[in-house]
Design a protein around this ligand. Structure first.
Ligand code: FE
Length: 238
């Protein structure tokens, strides 16, 4: 089996959100698809460990924001690589509460829809929820929806462990190597969780790391600016 074939499947990227009586949450998903036209129904597939999965089970509703292409990896990281169990992802994010009561992310969103769950299927690590569409709206007609291919090949993102499309890199036959692994300030290091690359020449302004700081000289408490992974989760680019 050649796992690289899996990367040839096309997907979009979405923020799937839900709520219960106390909290709201959401995460990045690429497994959102329409299953019937009449009535219009959509399926989403979410990991049992994700907070949003519990919220969908509790409330029976979810919303989906279709992410626009003009987005950076930090935005994906905010919703995709951090857990709503640790912080409120909606702080500093433009959103509204929809007809179903689910939160709808409006930032970087081309369009959205809201669903009421009509069926769910346990598929092992994940649950597939089928939802009947209650509401849908275009936020920005001019925006191109982000595809998984663009995310992987242009934004250089990867799938996190909880994603249905996560692939263990060590199992790939021909893992692509980056075309540059070093610049004049030292070797580049890649986060094995989210794919962010630390470039010594650039540093990390948010964490007050000056340009020209080698990875080895980063303080021990430095973390991946995208997903929050610690330094030991980085590997040298070769
Ligand atoms: Fe990371």
């Amino acid at each position: 089996m050649n796992l690289n074939a899996f990367f040839k499947i096309t997907y979009g990227l979405y923020i799937v959100t839900s709520k219960n009586d106390e909290i709201i949450n959401g995460h990045i998903s690429n497994t959102v698809f329409q299953v019937t036209a009449e009535p219009p129904q959509f399926a989403v597939c979410t990991n049992k460990d994700n907070l949003t999965t519990d919220l969908i089970k509790q409330s029976g509703v979810f919303a989906v924001s279709i992410i626009e292409q003009d987005v950076d990896i930090n935005y994906i990281g905010h919703f995709g690589f951090k857990s709503g169990k640790d912080f409120n992802k909606f702080q500093d994010v433009n959103y509204k509460i929809g007809k179903t009561g689910a939160p709808i992310v409006l930032d970087k969103t081309a369009a959205y829809f809201e669903c009421e769950v009509v069926q769910k299927y346990d598929v092992g690590s994940h649950i597939i929820f089928i939802g009947k569409v209650i509401e849908s709206e275009i936020i920005n007609e001019s925006k191109i929806p982000l595809t998984y291919n663009h995310y992987r090949n242009v934004i250089k993102g990867v799938s996190p462990k909880n994603s249905p499309t996560y692939i263990d890199k060590s199992k790939l036959e021909h893992e692509k190597t980056e075309n540059k692994s070093e610049n004049k300030s030292g070797k580049m290091y890649k986060c094995t969780v989210c794919g962010y690359v630390y470039e010594p020449e650039v540093g990390d302004a948010e964490q007050h790391i000056k340009p020209g700081t080698a990875f080895e000289d980063l303080p021990d408490n430095w973390i991946c600016p995208v997903c929050g992974a610690t330094k030991d989760m980085f590997e040298e680019l070769r």
